[in-house]
Design a binder for this molecule. Sequence first.
Ligand code: TEU
Length: 561
Amino acid sequence: MRQPKWWQDAVVYQVYPRSFYDANGDGVGDLRGITEKLDYIASLGVDVVWSCPFFVSPWADGGYDIADYRAVDPAFGTMEDFEALVAGVHARGMKFVMDFVGNHTSDEHPWFQAALADKNSPYHDYYTFRPGKDGREPSNWASIFGGSAWEYVPALDEYYLHLFAKKQPDLNWENPQVVEEVLSILEFWADKGVDGYRLDAINYLYKEPGYPDVEPLPGSPYGFATAHYANKPRVHEHFRTLRSRVMGPRGLSTVAEVAYLDDETARGYADPARGELDMLYLFDVLNVDQQGFDKFSPLPLDLPRFKQALAHWQQVLHGHGWLALFLGNHDQPRAVSRFGDEGRYRARSAKMLANAMYFLQGTPYLYQGEELGMTNPHYTSLSQFKDVEALDALRAGLARGESEQHWLELLNARSRDCGRAPFSWNDGPAAGFTAGTPWMDPCADAAQINAAAEENDPDSVLNFYRTLIRVRKGRPSVLWGRTDFLVPEDPDLFVYTRTAEEEALLSVNNFSGEERHFPLPQGFAGGELLLSNCGAPQLDEEGVLTLRPWEGFVLLRKQQP
Ligand code: TEU
């Protein structure tokens, strides 16, 4: 069998440090907290730990607004704590991956402060400042978080560009000095033992000069300008620079958050022959239960569309790149609340979701708490939400005259805060997350759904994940097999085969709370049951399966030589 790279036959565990575990009782998760829980993480059988940002930050966007790239924020601990964490990860045979936020800095970063203080400072050209047009913004580009992407600075009589929050000015990668700064930051952490980088919003580095106006969104003067800033050709050049100067020589892996991709660009980024990036983290695959790009206009899950999107990337990248597989992260609601049944069939549907995703081609990313089937937090007051995106959307919604109750429901279902509630460790105060007052309220159901309870239950979601991670490892079909979706138009069934020379597998999943029938595909009768959330599949004499609500299983067949 072809030998996988370490990140190909791996499961990555994603930690959002502020919400994982608080070791010093100040209410905020910290690096020592992660280190204390490394035995737990290793017990899952995962190979890699990825931590979201823990650098000095005013926390305008959950730490993705960095004011000092080379220092640990005191809220998270010290550099010694960081070194102990990496050593602890390595001592358990795992790798450590870190976020790198290169599209923008915090407005409190000394570079931006210097840029504001003096138009002639070299740092002014680290960012994108432009004069206004007809007394307005230089263009009508919308920020990803809403409103204009330009912010006026009266003292300079100029606007600066921010694709995200206004406290996140975009760096100007057309300035070679900026690229040198980035390379040196990447080297700094590599020297400290980091094994790879998750590159945040990294396909937005190049912006179309001239910043052409775009079609405004309904009811707004601003519009989505992704056509002018996502995946422009010069981004490839930057990726090759990162690869040749830092990632390649040091053997670091890269996973890049990239959206709005076409096939050719995706292969251009990820084809091993070109060697720009290792893994593509395509989050727009999850835009399947909303209107367009508006997450706060939810729709029921369109399963055929979701399968189509996954099938598409499985095919395009097969032999031409590598996909990150995930259903949740710190920007998404909880998978079981969103795509499963968080009520009666919570545990079974959480297992089914994992069963559905983890046998596709790519590297699964397991977001903290998903292995417990943690649900959305179900807050009762708007004051419990913290995220900049949620608060901006709320303000705009209320200004349009929408009700608080409506927004409470919306934020409970769709906001990024849903995934950021503290990890539920046990049924104690603050869900065992902190001995102090938690910076964010724990989930309403933490007394029932928590790691301690699941540890002791052989049938828990937690123990299902452990089995799942073990059985998928090293399998030729999982690693290299071709993916074929069956019944792509079926609104409830999520069924695919993975076919390699040595073996083939079949993953069958019922995305509904009703019984469903499905003829067992040829060749899988008598196959080995690798994994199941309901015990042995129910098969009648005609070879028709009766799938129970939210059932999921995997059958393996050895190929004839
Ligand atoms: O997200 C990139 C991104 O494009 C987001 O707008 C994403 O679509 C959004 O969070 C969904 O609501 C990354 C980080 O994962 C996110 O936490 C940061 O806020 C963002 O970059 C800016 O750094």
